[in-house]
Design a protein around this ligand. Structure first.
Ligand code: FES
Ligand code: FES
Length: 191
């Protein structure tokens, strides 16, 4: 047995594990994270994809001991604490990007990794980014559309967060809140 300490979906765990125990088995059988799916015996399907320190990995090809000290995110850690869906989850729902859903957790986590590096991917870039994840049902078109929609939503959220931070910084510096500064066209209208 080997002691392994790992953070999964924001919770720290420390467990004794067999050195040969696969990460996907640890997640499913020890932690009950059954949203991480086993879809093949050949490391081909990508259903078991999770994020390890932000990078997507096939958890059926990672030993649990290799995750020592890492932060792992499974599909069960994507939504906010209040249940608000992650943009990629919302986009899969909105764009009807799933049928049986077997591939969906891994697909969404692979997409998170892709969008972290490229928030505005082309069709071809999405297809390349998720090429390690197989879907037997949808024909991929809606999955590609969902990934692009999630990228747009996440970019918009980032811009909104930056605007909010700028407004906070300006107020801290003594500037009037942005909402109190007339927009240029409002100034023209009153001139
Ligand atoms: S279960 Fe198929 S790639 Fe991991
Ligand atoms: S939705 Fe069924 S395998 Fe992808």
């Amino acid at each position: 047995m080997t002691r392994v300490s790992v953070t999964v979906d924001g919770v720290a765990y420390s467990d004794d594990v067999e050195p040969r125990l696969l990460l996907v088995q640890y997640l499913r059988e020890r932690l009950g994270k059954i949203g991480t799916v086993i879809g093949c015996d050949t490391s081909n399907c990508g259903s078991c994809t999770v994020l390890m320190d932000g990078k997507s990995v096939k958890s059926c090809s990672v030993l649990t001991v290799q995750a020592e000290g890492a932060a792992v995110t499974t599909v069960e850690g994507l939504a906010a604490a209040d249940g608000t869906l992650h943009p990629i989850q919302q986009a899969f729902h909105d764009k009807h990007a799933l049928q049986c859903g077997f591939c969906t957790p891994g697909m969404m986590l692979a997409a998170c990794d892709l969008l972290r590096e490229n928030p505005n991917p082309s069709d071809e870039e999405v297809r390349e980014g998720i090429e390690g994840n197989l879907c037997r049902c949808t024909g991929y078109q809606n999955i590609v559309a969902a990934v692009q929609a999630a990228g747009a939503a996440m970019s918009a959220q980032t811009v909104a967060a930056m605007s909010a931070q700028t407004a906070t910084d300006a107020q801290a510096a003594g500037d009037p809140p942005a909402a109190l500064i007339p927009a240029p066209n409002a100034v023209e209208a009153s001139a």
